[in-house]
Design a protein around this ligand. Sequence first.
Ligand code: NDP
Length: 475
Amino acid sequence: MAAHQEKKLAEERKHQNMQNGTKASQGQWGRAWEVDWFSLASILFLLMFAPLIVYYFIMSCAQYQCSLTDPLLDLLTGNKHLSDIWNRTPMLTYRAAGIYFLWVTFQVFLYMSIPDFCHKFLPGYVGGVQEGAVTPAGVVNKYQINGLQAWIITHVLWFANASCFHFFSPTIIFDNWIPLLWCANILGYAVSTFAMIKGYFFPTNAKDCKFTGNFFYDYMMGIEFNPRIGKWFDFKLFFNGRPGIVAWTLINLSFAAKQQELYGEVTNSMILVNVLQGIYVLDFFWNEAWYLKTIDICHDHFGWYLGWGDCVWLPYLYTLQGLYLVYHPVQLCTAHALGVLLLGLLGYYIFRATNHQKDLFRRTNGNCRIWGKRPEHIECSYTSVDGTKYYSKLLTSGFWGWARHFNYTGDLMGSLAYCLACGFGHILPYFYIIYMAILLTHRCIRDEHRCSSKYGKDWERYAAAVPYRLLPGVF
Ligand code: NDP
């Protein structure tokens, strides 16, 4: 709805563009058009090594009890050869292929065939047909928001099976973890390659495509902005949310079931990881309409980064804590468990409240109260490809007065809590906080670069009013 209001407001003011003589040129905002050597090197590195990194983590757990150093030491000392490790790695099986095919097909079915009914009876939940933000070409896409219902249906079926029907064991995901990794990779590469071909030959909206001239950059960062099949199958919304994020909580449940099977109990650390990550996932689906205004949907093009990342990186690396706890069933003392719970909940509160403040502010065009006061803001403007001038506002009070990305700070606190739940025996479960710190710092810089080219001098005024990015007084 915010995009609708923003567009209406913009249309009313469109004539000012002509008066100001503003002429937009492509590349004024949106993803970069030129590829510098550092970006290219990073992209080549990721394309070559990201699948290996995922494999290395999962293999370390399966073969080395989650030690990240032992496989390397074995290889360096000649104790083992690569072929020894590879020969012990489970291959793709028909069973895993069947499970994965059914899983993705079921999620496509839920996404495409059941219009949202949750918004009809859940007060405060925004679902059904919603509008996204204005794209660089000035398009406003409509989305069918039904992720919460897909998550609920999937989990009800999961629990019904676990408690009544017993068609399959709840440990099914853990038991097929590596064969499923091959399936996820096949889908990740297939969808990214298809998106690239589609961008060249039959894009959904040609004006929102970007070609840098560099094959690898385009493959990784995507060409099309909002690739779709038909009216409703939106690649970004589908692959970002499902199958990866719906699977996240199921994967954790499967790991908990495996702990139960192996040790006859589920540890408090496993419960903490399930609960804290469950809140995060549920929050994602409860706020799926808000998610249309986040960077992934609003600004990123759809390429390997999102396609492969959503299919492989997210379900495999975001769930490392649960996997680790299957191999190391840590039972935390009460003080440690309470500390983790409090940190996780505080991080979640900051994450949600900060995001909510911006959403409320944008949705009401500043006609709201934040911490009991009228919000402070900076007026700003930007121009889309077709030359239309739009007006917007940047919030400078509430959490947005503390730092320019305090929502990331809350996210990082929550991420740290998941890791701390695993105790201090190994570095592997801490991968998540290290990765999130790099991801969100890089995202911060990337977003600011984009906002600075979008808003120009207005962004400089904003950065002067709110000088810190993540931690007031530090960074
Ligand atoms: P934000 O929600 O912070 O969105 C950034 C955009 O908001 C900017 O591009 C700008 O867009 C607008 N904006 C920036 N400053 C202001 C302001 N002061 N007032 C109003 N609007 C402003 O970033 P993300 O989309 O990256 O993140 C959303 C959430 O998702 C975060 O909490 C993040 O932690 C989480 N996240 C989690 C990830 C994970 O893997 N777990 C990955 C990525 C994000 P505009 O052009 O509209 O002005």
